[in-house]
Design a protein around this ligand. Sequence first.
Ligand code: HEC
Ligand code: HEC
Length: 361
Amino acid sequence: MTRSTKSARFAGQFYILLLFFLANVAQAQTRNAPLTKIDAQRAEQNYQKYCALCHGADREGNAADYAPSLKSRSLMSTMPLNFLASSIGFGRPNTAMAPYLADTGGPMSMKDIFTLAIWLKYKAGHETIELSMEPIEGDLNTGATLFVQKCSECHGSKAEGVTAPALANPAFLAFATDAYIKYAIENGREETEMKAFKTQLSQQQINDLTAYIRSLTSGWSPEPKELSPYPEPKDYVTNPTGKNPTFTLKQERYVPMEQVAKAIQENNKLVLLDTRTSSEWHNAHIPGAIPIPYYISEDKVAAGLPKDDTWIIAYCSCPHAASDKVINMLRKKGFKNTAVIDEGFFNWINAGYPIIGGQPE
Ligand code: HEC
Ligand code: HEC
C-alpha cells in the first residue's frame, strides 16, 4: 500500500466515524439530550485527565502555555464538530497541542475524542453559527503588512504563534475555512486577549488579512504512523555504569538544558522522562527518554524507576506544566534527585541538541 492511499484511508475512517456520530447526535438531540449521562461523565473525566493541565479546569484557557479558551462563544459557535475533533485527534504540529488519537500513538480512541468534542460544544452552550464555505478574496501584500502591524505582537511575525495560537499552522489551516478565520478577526474571542477588530479595521482590511493567513496553507493531511515499541524497565537508565552528573537547580527544581546536554554527552548516568502526550514521544524525543505522560496515574508513575541517587530528569513542551506534575508525584513518593529541564523540548531542538525521530512533524 502506498503512503497516500494509506493516509487517505486513515482520514476516511475519521470521517465515517464523524458521520456516525453526527447521526447519533441528531437522534439524541431530537430527544433533547446531546449525550447520554454516562458519555458526558466520561467526557468530563477525560477532559480533566488530558486537557485541564493547559486549557484550565473550567475550559477557560491559559492554565499553561497560552492554551486557548475552549468555551468562548466565538470559537465554540463557529468551530464545526469535525474541526474540533480533528484538533484533538491530530493536534497542532510544532505546538504544545499534541495529537491524542490512538492511531498517532496518543491515549484516546476516536469514540472518546468525538464524545469529548460533543461534550465541549454542549458545555459551552452557544448556538451554532453556519458560516459560508466560499473563499474570501483579498490583497496578500496589504494583508501581510497589516499582519505585522496589528497581529504579530501576539501571533508572531510569521504567524508561528507566540502568546497566541499559530495561524500558519498546517493542521489549523487544513480545517479552518476563510469565513471561520474572518469571523475570529471580526469578533475576537470573548474573555481572551483576542479582541474584536471589526470596529478598528475595514471589511477590506479584514478580507486582506484573511487572504494572507489563507496563503500560508501547506497542504497538510493526517498520516498514520509506524509506532515504535515502548522501552522496557531494564533500559530505563541511560548509561547505568556512568558517573552521576552534577546539576545546579533553579528554584530547587529546574535544570538548564545545557547541563543536561553535557551530562548526556559525557555519558553520565540518568533517567529521562518524556512527560508529553505519548504521541509526541513517538514523533521525536531526547535519546534514551521514556514516555511517562502527565496523565499517568499515581500508582503507575514510579513503576520501574530506580529509587536511589540516580538523577531523574523530566521534560515537556509546555515547558513546565506536564513535567512539574510528574515530578511532584515522584517527589511525593520519596524520589530525591529529580528535576525538570527548564527551557522545554522546543528550545532543546532549536539549540541543536540531539533528538531521535527527526524533527517533530
Ligand atoms: C494582544 C494579543 C493579540 C493580538 C494583537 C491579536 N491576537 Fe489573534 N488571538 C490572540 C489570542 C490569545 C487568541 C486565542 C484566544 C482564545 O481562544 O483563547 C487569538 C486567536 C485568533 C484567531 C483564532 C485562531 C483559532 O485557532 O481559532 C485568529 C484567526 C486570530 N487570532 C487572528 C488575529 C489577527 C488577524 C490579528 C491582527 C489583526 C490578531 N489576531 C491580533 C491574541 C491576539
Ligand atoms: C500541554 C498543553 C495542552 C494540553 C494538555 C492540551 N492542549 Fe489543546 N492546545 C494547546 C495549545 C498551546 C493550543 C494552541 C496551539 C496553536 O498554537 O495553534 C491548543 C489548541 C487546542 C484547540 C484549538 C483551539 C483553537 O482556538 O483553535 C483545541 C480544540 C484544543 N486545544 C483542545 C484540547 C483538548 C480537548 C485537550 C485534551 C484532550 C487538549 N487540547 C490538551 C495546549 C494543550
